[in-house]
Design a protein around this ligand. Structure first.
Ligand SMILES: Cc1cc2nc3c(=O)[nH]c(=O)nc-3n(C[C@H](O)[C@H](O)[C@H](O)COP(=O)(O)OP(=O)(O)OC[C@H]3O[C@@H](n4cnc5c(N)ncnc54)[C@H](O)[C@@H]3O)c2cc1C
Length: 328
């Protein structure tokens, strides 16, 4: 694939919510922008893990479905021209005497750019499974539910005790024939108000409890759950959702030599990493007091892009003016 000789001002690695908002902001600042994502669809964790969830903590929306938020972000970014490359992983980073960065993607494309914003979230993520349930998974055993209608009239069993287990339970309540949540501890590690809502809903909670056995032909049929002091019980099950978290890996970005803590890049208050003109925002960034939420990532994207605008062109101010000025 040919080298793009006309350099970008900014390449955004990741088209999750933070990368997409950064693309809007980069367009607003008049920067030539390319966004690259390894996944076939934009939206990051939202699209991959909870497209149908009602998100209730994004500013300006009392509640918004995941897919709708991603569509809105795509529309907002599309107000200015930018390139969106999907199903393409950003790999090697090179620098030359001209001070430009060269990024090679999994397709062999070389993208030249003045600055980089890493909005790579968790990197590539692999959902965890129960040790007793290994691939190939029978039909009905899931990590994510891309369309909630798949739960309509079904016996649903959810394993896990974190936010995503509780979120799936709340989403299943109005649709499923039955909902059971199995968690190996008594206490849930999830948003308290949501746990309360789940407890007051039509959900059978087995906590502490553990899935001992999966009964399945081509599709899952039942699970055997062991509860201390109560012995084994068989739960009918058409859909088993394993909400056990995931392992994640920065992949090629981990070899860029940037200062980091685990899978998170350390940034200064302007969101620059340990390397000049390489910034990080969203879940992938790290600093004292960091909170990993969409709303926080949006703010970080705006900080990073405005500082990038000034870093690549000293004639530009960091403060962009207000977006209303652009509409006049
Ligand atoms: C079940 C669940 C429910 C949640 N609910 C909420 C909620 O209600 N409210 C809230 O604020 N937050 C919620 N979150 C957290 C929220 O989803 C994240 O904070 C948010 O997605 C972070 O956005 P991001 O753009 O930084 O990263 P991500 O959404 O992770 O997107 C990063 C993108 O970068 C891509 N990428 C990574 N490496 C490369 C590479 N080398 N090359 C190309 N592309 C790459 C990935 O494919 C991915 O698409 C939830 C998370 C989960 C799992």
């Amino acid at each position: 694939m040919p080298v793009d000789v006309d350099p970008n001002d900014i390449v955004i690695v990741g088209a999750g919510p933070v990368g997409l908002y950064a693309a809007y902001y980069a367009g607003f600042r008049g920067l030539k922008t390319t966004v690259v994502d390894a996944l076939p669809e934009a939206g990051g964790q939202i699209t991959a893990m909870y497209p149908e969830k009602e998100i209730r903590d994004v500013a300006g929306f009392a509640s918004i479905r995941g897919t709708e938020l991603v569509n809105n972000l795509l529309q907002q970014a599309a107000q200015h021209d930018y390139n969106l490359l999907l199903s393409e992983t950003v790999g090697e980073l090179d620098t030359a005497d001209d001070g430009l960065y060269r990024l090679t993607t999994s397709e062999g494309r070389v993208i030249v750019t003045r600055a980089i914003l890493i909005a790579a979230g968790l990197g590539s993520f692999t959902p965890k499974s129960l040790p007793t349930i290994q691939a190939p998974l029978p039909e009905g055993v899931l990590h994510f539910v891309p369309k909630l209608s798949a739960l309509d009239g079904q016996d649903v069993v959810i394993v896990g005790g974190g936010d995503s287990a509780v979120d799936w339970a709340l989403a299943a309540i109005p649709r499923a024939k039955s909902v059971a949540v199995v968690h190996r501890r008594a206490r849930f590690r999830a948003h308290e108000a949501n746990v309360e809502e789940m407890r007051s809903g039509r959900v059978r909670i087995i906590a502490p409890g553990e899935i001992q056995e999966l009964r399945a032909g081509i599709s899952v049929e039942a699970v055997v759950v062991r509860q201390p002091g109560a012995g084994d019980q068989v739960l009918p099950c058409d859909k088993l959702i394993m909400a056990l978290g995931f392992t994640s890996d920065l992949g090629p970005l981990g070899a860029w030599g940037l200062e980091r803590i685990g899978i998170h890049f350390c940034v200064r208050p302007d969101m620059q990493t340990s390397r000049e003109r390489i910034f990080a925002a969203g879940d992938v960034s790290e600093y004292p007091g960091k909170v990993r939420l969409i709303s926080v990532g949006f703010g970080e994207a705006a900080i990073a892009v405005n500082h990038i605008a000034a870093a690549i062109d000293p004639a530009q101010q960091v403060f962009p003016g207000h977006s209303t000025h652009g509409a006049e």
